[in-house]
Design a protein around this ligand. Structure first.
Ligand code: F6R
Length: 611
């Protein structure tokens, strides 16, 4: 979390930094700040979003060709002006921004307090900065040297960018565990947490690795390891257009991303799935075909929405491949002593590819001999690079904080993986395999069909927007969709919502049901349908409000529901990719109707790079 931007070159740095920060606000928006080299270091910072900082510094002399900027998701210290980054060192000669957490900051702080340092903020960042300055002064060394020495003492995760008043053209950067991209231009360099701040200036980027330090001047980029050995920067070409990160006429990124799904699912299948020839081409999976075939089990590791995608995959892979699947919260997995044997297959699912818990869980599993397959959206991200193989989801940049198109793309990739394994293992008949390829191929147009009825969902949102609680119930393949529907509503509208397997309702949650409680059923036509219909009747009998996601033509469910959201007929294996879409719309429209900032819900950030 936290977004960082930097620039050194001949252009005006401030507009580049501000525009970059706006693109990175999805990473946190508790406070914003910039530091500019302008005859000494000038720092401007403020609690709140980037636009609020802009408003307060109108009229200031912001001329500078070198600068850094930060948008914060608070960890140490409440969101406030004084805890906002950049921080300045005691002498005022250094300025630093930081994304991550310095775990041993209190130990470092005590050492500095004994030496007479005082602190203006509650942040771990200011501690690290003064620790660096102390080393620089004591050793009479360069900032680069001081950073290297300091980082050897640091535990935790960081990307740091530093300015030094004595070296006004240079930015020093270092990374461990948080992302850093350097854009290489002609006589200029751009820095960002991802490539979005530099898209209109250069397509050549360097992804900095853990334990690397960069010394960046307008016409020079030096990369070193913490042992002071030079590393040749590996320059990659960006395959990302500016339009992909803009709203394109939609009111919110979230709505744009929901509506992009027919295209993003298609992009995800394109070039891989050939429904007529009966083939699925996924080289990052094929490489490990033998290991997968002989694996004792698959363990899915993920967080949040990506964890829900893993749960759907558990049902699908167990059914089609007769292979044991476990789905783990990365945050729990990494702190346990999990039983992982050599040859176990780990599927790490992540939109951002930067989620700290998932990344560490991968490393834990890797050290025990597991094979890591990443299902990741962001190309070149840390999880993608830490994986042995896998498949990208190709959903394009997801900017709305609530995950939508990344989820359906994850389901599409995981279903292809399941079909591929089932085919390799011979656990699926040829007819069923061919039918499911066809079904998967038809998903984009079925999602488009659902989206045509978005206005009906909007009307439902108006009707139910004032509810205090929601219950989401489903069985089988749709049960994780119930969890996902509830999560979307919680994060976007701040309405309390819970998802349950429909059959679990009678073991407790049914006590909540009264005439004010909306209960959303995902009741599409599948093997569980009759059972779900019985559960609907139980809710109706207790006067709960029943809202159902149903298959077109299902008159029985319609007669039992107060309101319905309809999806076209689809095989139960692919139905979750379609049935989740009306729930995304419902959450979105309720959030908007309640006046919530749906693209930037309170307390959240898109990329959770802290543990
Ligand atoms: C919910 C949401 C989060 C993420 C979770 C994992 O809408 O976006 O729950 O799914 O933080 O993030 P990734 O997939 O980037 O690892």
């Amino acid at each position: 979390m936290c977004g960082i931007v930097g620039y050194t070159g001949p252009r005006e740095a401030y507009p580049i930094i501000i525009k970059g920060l706006k693109r990175l606000e999805y990473r946190g928006y508790d406070s914003t700040g910039v530091a500019l080299q302008n005859g000494g270091i000038k720092v401007y910072k403020k609690k709140g979003k980037v636009a609020e900082l802009e408003d307060t510094i109108v009229g200031k002399n912001l001329h500078a060709n070198v600068g850094i900027g930060h948008t914060r998701w608070a960890t140490h210290g409440e969101p406030s002006d004084r805890n906002a980054h950049p921080h300045q060192s005691a002498s005022g000669k250094l300025a630093m921004i930081h994304n991550g957490i310095i775990e041993n900051y209190s130990q470092l702080k005590n050492e500095l307090l004994k030496k007479g340092y005082t602190f203006k903020s509650d942040t771990d960042t200011e501690v690290l900065l003064n620790f660096i300055e102390e080393i620089k002064t004591n050793n009479n060394c360069s900032l680069e040297e001081a950073v290297r020495v300091a980082l050897k003492r640091v535990t935790g995760a960081y990307v740091i960018l530093l300015l030094d008043a004595e070296e006004p053209e240079t930015i020093i950067a270092a990374r461990k565990g948080s992302p850093l991209v350097i854009g290489v231009g002609k006589g200029e360099h751009f820095l960002g947490s991802d490539a979005s701040p530099m898209l209109e200036y250069t397509k050549e980027v360097v992804y900095v690795n853990d334990y690397e330090l960069a010394i960046i001047k307008p016409d020079e980029l030096i990369l070193k390891n913490l042992g002071n050995e030079k590393i040749t920067p590996y320059i990659q070409k960006l395959d990302l257009e500016l339009a992909a990160i803009e709203k394109g006429g939609y009111e919110h990124f979230m709505l744009k991303e929901i509506f992009e799904q027919p295209q993003t699912i298609y992009d995800c299948l394109r070039g891989r799935l050939d429904a007529e020839a009966g083939t699925i081409t996924m080289s990052g999976i094929e490489q490990y075909a033998n290991q997968i075939k002989n694996a004792r089990r698959i363990v899915m590791i993920a967080c949040g929405t990506s964890w829900h995608a893993g749960l759907v995959a558990e049902y699908v892979i167990e059914e089609l491949c007769r292979l044991n699947v476990e789905v783990e919260y990365a945050s729990e997995f990494r702190y346990r002593n999990p039983v992982i044997d050599e040859g176990d297959i780990i599927v790490a699912i992540s939109q951002s590819g930067e989620t700290a818990d998932t990344l560490v869980a991968i490393e834990t599993a890797k050290s025990k001999g597991a094979i890591i397959l990443g299902v990741v959206n962001v190309v070149g991200s840390s999880i993608a690079r830490a994986s042995h193989g896998g498949a990208y989801t190709h959903a394009g940049p997801e900017i709305g904080v609530a995950s939508t198109k990344a989820f359906t793309a994850q389901l599409a990739v995981l279903t292809m993986i399941a079909l591929k394994i089932a085919n390799i293992k011979g656990t699926i008949s040829h007819e069923r395999y061919m039918l499911l390829l066809k079904e998967l191929n038809e998903v984009p147009e079925k999602v488009a069909w659902v989206l045509k009825n978005a206005d009906k969902v909007k009307k439902l949102a108006e009707k139910y927007k004032d509810a205090d609680d929601f219950l989401y119930l489903a069985r089988g393949y749709n049960f994780p969709v119930a969890l996902e529907g509830a999560l979307k509503l919680k994060e976007i509208s701040y309405i309390h919502a819970e998802g349950y397997p429909a059959a679990e309702m009678k073991h407790g949650p049914i006590a909540l049901v009264d005439e004010t409680l909306p209960v959303v059923f995902i009741a599409t036509k599948d093997a569980y349908h009759e059972k779900v219909v019985s559960n609907m009747q139980e809710i109706k009998a207790r006067k709960g409000k029943v809202i159902s996601v149903i298959t077109e033509g299902d008159d029985l469910s319609t007669s039992l529901s107060d309101d319905v959201m309809i999806i076209p007929e689809a095989d139960e294996i692919v139905a979750p990719i379609i049935s989740v879409v009306p729930l995304q719309l419902l959450a979105y429209y309720i959030g908007v109707a309640r006046g919530c900032d749906v693209d930037k819900p309170r307390n959240l950030a898109k990329s959770v790079t802290v543990e």
